[in-house]
Design a protein around this ligand. Sequence first.
Ligand code: 4NP
Length: 151
Amino acid sequence: MNRILFVCLGNICRSPLAHGVAEQLVNKKNLALFIDSAGTSNWHKGEEPCPHSIKIADQYNIDISQQQSRPITKEDIALFEYVVAMDKQNKTDLEAFGFSNVHLIGDFGNFQGEDVPDPYFFDGFEGFEHVYNMVAVCVEDFIEKVENGSL
Ligand code: 4NP
């Protein structure tokens, strides 16, 4: 079974959404994929996703409230066949940590390598709607490519 790890900085806003969207797809299509997410930092270790992420996911019938933030570990390097960064800084940090072949989520779904914007410092909900919409399109395209063997 292939394993996919979605990574952002805090593992409380963006990668929990990618994690939830991917799990919904796995369940819907009955795919043999293990999905997880993590942060390049340990700043929010043990915390649940931020309220706006929980709320936007819930609007799409995805429950991410049981997720807990965790930092990336050295064990993840051998464990996950696919590692997907939410922005270019995450990718740089993952590579510095020792991961190779790190994918950028914005390279999927016709976003031309765009970063998933970090919504943490905006207090509005709109930023999270944009993050959700972008992540949903990119994750679906990414998983399709994993499934058809083109990655
Ligand atoms: P995330 O968002 O990387 O999408 O989980 C952030 C969460 C926390 C911080 C930055 C970004 N922070 O600086 O604490």
